[in-house]
Design a protein around this ligand. Structure first.
Ligand SMILES: NC(=O)c1ccc[n+]([C@@H]2O[C@H](COP(=O)([O-])OP(=O)(O)OC[C@H]3O[C@@H](n4cnc5c(N)ncnc54)[C@H](O)[C@@H]3O)[C@@H](O)[C@H]2O)c1
Length: 298
């Protein structure tokens, strides 16, 4: 999408400038998605180092895309011009139309951050969070504009994955939902809209349901890990089985997501499966540690 396209779409009409807060795995790619879609975009972090690292990685990535013919050189050059990097959060946010928060997954930090964003952002500015586990009602009341707050949930890697979940809390206005939906579409994404918030949203709940069943089958001795993965790949056409996916994502991440959900729900059903806890406590995190459900040493 070009800048002109972005500006003529009615629901995104008022969105000229996008701020992305947090230059980690998600924030850096979300910022590039926004810049490639034609929006003036600033990526903000608390320190210069993550910003420099993000710039290097993003430039390498989009240059590779050009070399492979996936993007054109002029599109990438224009996106690089539109994307700026800053540690001066307040100045950037005072001139932005939407702030997409992708900082560390910590409720206290996010609440503090949203209160600070609210204090300096223009009144029309939408404040959304990319959090996977923290529903926006837990953050919105740290601001004086809860109706302009919701979850805008991207998937990793954000430059590649098509889906964005838009999740309102009870007080999010329909106009905010419309504007964030239109923004995600202008980013070239496919939107999954939730009517109300629930921990895990839709996609991760579906994933968890399959994972939970796979773990139960294994823990009850019904089938081996390899066979359960084989069934998912060859009968359901999933690109990889649930155990292979856990090893790829990281057993530590799988464990911590369950613990975060448990903290929100207090429901023992949310706790990590015993076998996942065992691997986590043994430091067997999957591919990254060389051992998880499978061994990666050879
Ligand atoms: N990693 C994933 O697969 C994934 C997928 C979807 C959503 N999310 C969500 O995205 C968010 C970010 O996750 P990530 O994996 O990119 O994390 P990350 O650890 O890679 O990056 C977080 C970045 O935020 C910065 N940061 C911390 N506090 C800050 C503050 N107060 N102001 C500005 N920047 C700050 C850090 O310096 C770091 O660069 C989390 O809320 C997570 O739930 C992650």
């Amino acid at each position: 999408m070009t800048t002109t396209d972005a500006r003529t779409d009615s629901a995104t009409q008022r969105i000229r400038h996008v701020t992305v807060i947090g230059a980690g795995t998600m924030g850096s790619q979300i910022a590039m998605v926004s810049a490639l879609a034609g929006f003036d975009t600033t990526l903000v972090d608390i320190a210069q180092l993550p910003l420099d690292r993000a710039r290097t990685q993003l430039w390498e990535r989009v240059d590779r895309d050009v070399a492979k013919g996936r993007r054109t050189a002029p599109d990438v050059a224009a996106a690089k011009q539109r994307l700026t990097f800053s540690t001066d959060r307040d100045t950037v946010v005072s001139g932005t139309d939407v702030a997409i928060e992708a900082a560390i997954e910590d409720l206290a930090i996010k609440r503090e951050l949203f209160a600070s964003l609210d204090a300096v952002a223009p009144t029309h500015t939408l404040l959304v969070t990319n959090s996977s586990n923290i529903v926006s009602s837990q953050i919105a009341d740290a601001t004086r504009r809860p109706e302009k707050v919701c979850n805008m949930h991207f998937f990793n890697p954000a430059l590649v994955m098509e889906c964005v979940e838009v999740v309102p809390h009870e007080r999010t206005s329909p106009e905010t939902v419309e504007a964030i939906t239109a923004l995600a579409q202008a980013f070239g994404k496919t939107v999954v809209r939730l009517k109300q918030e629930i921990p895990g949203f839709v996609a991760n709940r579906l994933l968890n349901a399959i994972r939970r069943e796979a773990l139960a089958l294994q823990e009850q001795g019904i089938a081996e890990v390899e066979d359960i993965d084989r069934a998912a790949r060859t009968a359901l056409r999933h690109p990889m089985g649930p155990f292979e996916l856990m090893d790829l994502v990281g057993i530590d991440v799988v464990y911590l997501i369950r613990m975060a959900e448990y903290e929100q729900t207090g429901d023992p059903e949310s706790l990590p499966a015993p076998s996942v806890k065992e691997l986590y406590e043994a430091g067997q995190y999957g591919r990254k540690s060389g051992q998880g459900w499978y061994s990666y040493t050879s």
